[in-house]
Design a protein around this ligand. Structure first.
Ligand SMILES: C[S@@+](CC[C@H](N)C(=O)[O-])C[C@H]1O[C@@H](n2cnc3c(N)ncnc32)[C@H](O)[C@@H]1O
Length: 362
């Protein structure tokens, strides 16, 4: 049986990745052995881009004996009785799961059958309580979007688990992407002892909390303009017992991280913060470049800025030159030490993170 194995600490993130792409072979059970977990996976996972992605979860494909489950009905089994073959092809291959809410896309041609389709998803995924459909893309300053509940409990609030943190949020009132779990951990792993970190555009707080739980950061400041997101963020600090209360740290993470949150426009708030940071995160891919003029003066010499952008693959190299020139005009020499594609936004368009090492021009 083909399985994807990883260390237990990466299990949550790998499982989310496999579930969202329908790559788990649900006919078999996963197995835990000597600190590692083996997920039963479909042959389709051998496709090259999936294989590359598995490295992010420190996961390898391996043949192993896994126990067969009692025969269960699949999504295809249930739907093919109700949809014709053309309609079957329109069923999206991936869904996003936030806490116990599944977010699906329903193509126009299937709108009349959306309730029936959603009921099938609900029946097959016992951990899911609500199915919503996207009715628009993220937009506006708050980067929020409307969704419509089509099956299950009528709610839009949920608690999501990721990288050892809990995040309570409303999927309509605040931006959140479960697909960035691995990217958040990638950044947490770069953080050195006692770093002071600024998270511009901190939302309901996924980045600061993942950093606080998984790195030896000393202090994290989050700035967020959306009052609803800020309210969830304040509550999430308590929910995760940050700020010195029972905060558990592993080895090398031997102190508690203090999180401070500010509700406001980063453009007016940041210039008044009399501090410099070892690391600044700018997770607003649509326009984060426009805020480099206020971020650069707050970075320590040789500090790191993580700058996000949505880019077509063919534009990435030009974008690097643009960023280097822009920072130069703002008085900083930067080295782009990493260029990470951390999600696909549209065909050929990626969410890209540039890790910038910054030095003031002499
Ligand atoms: C793409 S979302 C990312 C949120 C969060 N970091 C996450 O990953 O879930 C960008 C966030 O930036 C906030 N935002 C946009 N413009 C802002 C500004 N000028 N000052 C502070 N926050 C801003 C939005 O309200 C939104 O929550």
């Amino acid at each position: 049986m083909l399985s994807a194995k990883t260390k237990l600490k990466n299990a949550e993130n790998l499982k989310q990745f496999l579930l969202e792409r329908n790559l788990i072979d649900t006919n078999f059970t996963s197995k835990v052995k000597q600190g590692e977990i083996f997920f039963p996976v479909k042959e389709e996972i051998k496709k090259n881009d999936y294989k590359i992605k598995l490295n992010d979860f420190k996961s390898q494909l391996i043949e192993i004996n896994l126990k067969e489950k009692e025969k269960k009905i699949s999504l295809e089994d249930l739907l093919k009785e109700k949809l014709n073959s053309q309609e079957m092809k329109l069923i999206p291959k991936t869904q996003e799961i936030v806490g116990d809410i599944m977010i699906i896309e329903i193509p126009e041609e299937l709108e009349k059958k959306e309730k029936m389709i959603a009921e099938v998803y609900l029946k097959l995924n016992k951990q899911i309580k609500t199915i919503v459909k996207k009715t628009e893309i993220h937009s506006g300053t708050f980067r929020t979007r409307k969704v419509k509940v089509i099956a299950g409990k009528n709610k839009k609030e949920t608690t999501h688990f990721e990288n050892g943190i809990r995040l309570k949020l409303d999927i309509e009132k605040t931006y959140f992407s479960a697909r960035l779990a691995n990217e958040r951990l990638r950044i947490a792993k770069q953080v050195k002892l006692n770093e002071k970190i600024l998270v511009m555009f901190s939302g309901s707080l996924p980045y600061p909390l993942v950093l606080a739980k998984n790195s030896p950061a000393k202090e994290i400041i989050g700035i967020e303009i959306n009052p609803d997101a800020h309210k969830f963020a304040l509550n999430n600090v308590k929910l995760n017992k940050i700020n010195g209360i029972n905060q558990k740290k592993g080895k090398n993470n031997n102190q508690n991280t203090i999180i401070e949150l500010i509700n406001g426009d980063v453009r007016t708030v940041l210039p008044n913060i009399d501090k410099k940071f070892d690391r600044i995160l700018m997770p607003l891919p649509k326009t984060s470049e426009e805020f480099l003029d206020i971020a650069l003066p707050k970075i320590k010499n040789r500090g790191i800025i993580h700058l996000y952008s949505f880019l077509n693959e063919k534009d990435i190299d030009n974008e690097k030159i643009k960023i280097i020139n822009l920072c130069d005009r703002l008085g900083f020499k930067i080295d782009i030490i990493n260029t990470i594609k951390c999600g696909q936004h549209a065909p050929y368009t990626f969410r890209v993170c540039f890790d910038l090492k910054c030095q003031k021009n002499k």
